[in-house]
Design a protein around this ligand. Sequence first.
Ligand code: UGA
Ligand code: MN
Length: 346
Amino acid sequence: MTLLNPYRVRRKLNKYYTYIVFLLVIWILWYGDLFSFHWQKSLDPLDGVPRNVVGELIELRRQVKQLKTVLKNHRVPEKEYSDPFLTTIYVITPTYARPHQKAELTRLKSVFLHIPALHWILVEDAEGKTELVTRFLETSGLEYTHLHRATPPEWKLKDNDPSWHKPRGVLQRNAGIEWLRKTFASNKNAKGVVYFADDDNTYSIELFKEMRDTSTVSVWPVALVGGVMVERPHVSPTREPKGGHNVIGWLTGWRPERPFATDMAGFAVNLSLLLRRENAYFSLDSQRGLLESDFLAKVTTMAQLEPKAELCTKVYVWHTRTEKPNMKDEYRLQKMGKATNEGIEV
Ligand code: UGA
Ligand code: MN
């Protein structure tokens, strides 16, 4: 009875009024803050992230923006670089020590750095890995594998031999193929493309775009080789399917009747196809000019070849050869113990 007396209720309320208001304010602040916490979280994903991490993110965003500008300037599609499923191109390069070796490797590196998903397999023709090449690769910024395999002395060119006297780079390319077989031993379906790139040729950025979707063996023209301006596959439209094209022969100066009259720089092989053709290696016993033909015959047929570079009408690779530098005075100075490259890597 007494409890329900409105007069007494109001008196009690008056007495505790301040406490009630105080508790209400605390309640609002507490839940208000909680709500605002949730609300902020959904808007700003960086809330609660340490300051140094936020700083790093801002810096990374700035760098990405800068790199996108570089790609745009080089007219390289940004999509290629951000595609995590882009097929890897394994480039196998034989190389050997000589005064201009680093110059050749530098020219290749400058192109390869523009190519996404490229794995360089550099194989030294030497008894061991040299310091020069090791350092070169470590600081290259490229994804690479460094191997070595020495050509036995009886298979080495002598100073005065003509360049076609003995095959070059054979065992080194095979070492690269062996590495691929070992690396993908448990996955013969591995996605990839294999290209044999000698260290003295000139490669364009476009070339790698052409070879990336090779499903068997792709082919294209090679310039400045075989005594002519350009050697190329002879491409002809197919009857079936309409709009299709086949390689039906070779437009070369020298021996166009060879089964695959192309230079090493003129083709790329699908990785999984190479892995399945377990006896596909280069042979020291191949006749002069048949190194490529003998290899390709183990991998594919003419009918299966995929003509690239706008149906073999564009030149994207040149079989350049570097002039041997004149070292006459260097040898004289060396004899006097005054080598010009003492303490400086060339
Ligand atoms: C031509 C072809 O383009 C080569 O692919 C082919 O291997 C060669 O003929 C051949 O018939 O054997 P060419 O320019 O005459 O090439 O050969 P090089 O460029 O002198 O050598 C081809 C590759 O083998 C180069 O990457 C080179 O660095 C390497 N090489 C050369 C060695 O690893 N060791 C050597 O003693 C010489
Ligand atoms: Mn060459």
